[in-house]
Design a protein around this ligand. Structure first.
Ligand code: ZN
Length: 166
C-alpha cells in the first residue's frame, strides 16, 4: 500500500536531490555558522541575513554535505524560515524540536535545573517538515535532522547577543 511513509520518503528525497536555497551569502552582512554531526559525518553551513533590527530573517542559504536526512532537513528549514520574523523562526525551531522529541535543560517549578521535553505548539504548522516525523523512530538519525536547526539557532543567538552589546 502506498501510504504516508512513501509520500514522506518522496518529499525527503526531493529536497535531497533538489535542495532549496543552496549556496552562499556574502559575509558580512550575512552571518555564517557551521554545524557538524560527528555521529554521521554531516556538515551544514548556514548563511543567514537579518534585517538591521535583527527582527527578520531576510535570506538564508545552505552549504555543506551529508546524508539525505541532514540535507533535506536543511532544505526544508530554509523554506520554513525565509522571510519570517525571528520570533516566528524561533517558534518553528521549537516546534521542530518538539516533533523530534528533543529534551533541553530548563528550570522546573522550584527553579531546579532539569531535562524537559520541548513541548509542541499546535499553532505552528510544519508543512513538508512533517515528512521528517518518522526519524524519531531512529534515535541515531535525530541529530542528522536537527543539525541545521541547531546551527540556525546558534546564528540567531549570536546575532541577538551582538545586538545587545551594541
Ligand atoms: Zn546524517
Amino acid at each position: 500500500m502506498a501510504g504516508l511513509e512513501d509520500l514522506y520518503r518522496e518529499i525527503i528525497l526531493d529536497h535531497y536531490r533538489n535542495p532549496r536555497n543552496r549556496g552562499e551569502l556574502p559575509v558580512p552582512p550575512a552571518r555564517r555558522v557551521e554545524g557538524f554531526n560527528p555521529l554521521c559525518g554531516d556538515e551544514v553551513i548556514v548563511y543567514v541575513d537579518l534585517d538591521a533590527g535583527v527582527a527578520t530573517v531576510t535570506d538564508v542559504k545552505i552549504a555543506g554535505q551529508g546524508c539525505s536526512i541532514s540535507q533535506s532537513s536543511a532544505s526544508m528549514m530554509t523554506g520554513a524560515v525565509k522571510g519570517r520574523s525571528v520570533e516566528q523562526v524561533r517558534e518553528v525551531i521549537r516546534a521542530f524540536k518538539a516533533m523530534m522529541s528533543i529534551h533541553e535543560r530548563g528550570l522546573d517549578g522550584d527553579g531546579k535545573e532539569v531535562e524537559q521535553a520541548v513541548l509542541p505548539d499546535p499553532s505552528v504548522a510544519l508543512g513538508d517538515l512533517e515528512a521528517l516525523r518518522g526519524v524519531v523512530k531512529f534515535p541515531v538519525r535525530i541529530k542528522c535532522a536537527t543539525l541545521s536547526w541547531n546551527t540556525l539557532a546558534q546564528a540567531l543567538d549570536d546575532a541577538a547577543a551582538e545586538a545587545e552589546a551594541r
